[in-house]
Design a binder for this molecule. Sequence first.
Ligand code: AMP
Length: 143
Amino acid sequence: MTVARILAEKGSSVVTVSPDKTLEDVIQILADKRIGALVVAHADGAVAGIISERDIMRALARHGGATFDAPVSDHMTADVTTCGRSTTLEEVMGLMTQGRFRHVPVCEDGRLVGLISIGDVVARRIATVEAEHQALRDYITMA
Ligand code: AMP
């Protein structure tokens, strides 16, 4: 299964935040949208980084309440691992495992076209494994 197919099912909208917003803004958006990470994007749409609940926890542990007013750019990860629409589900799983993160933005021609989360990966993986098991069961009962 490819990223393109996952995006066809889940949609291609991505919640973004600009680098000059504060961590308090990020917390509000994450809570409102019930998600775990935001892609940080410049006004022209170019990806500047990613900020997740992990970054907020780390900033709070280091700087306490003062961190709420800090700009996103101070606490985001600027070196973002992305994938393309033709990347496979297995490749995305590999990126997440290697990088120890749960979100991979999808880019095409430098443009953000979607985001795959670990929830998307797990849901599709379970569906694939169940389909394989069913095929094996059908094969056995036919024999
Ligand atoms: P997550 O597991 O996605 O909540 O993120 C864990 C850490 O990895 C945080 O510091 C994120 O900023 C960072 N991170 C998340 N996604 C990516 C990504 N695609 N590329 C690089 N870093 C990431």
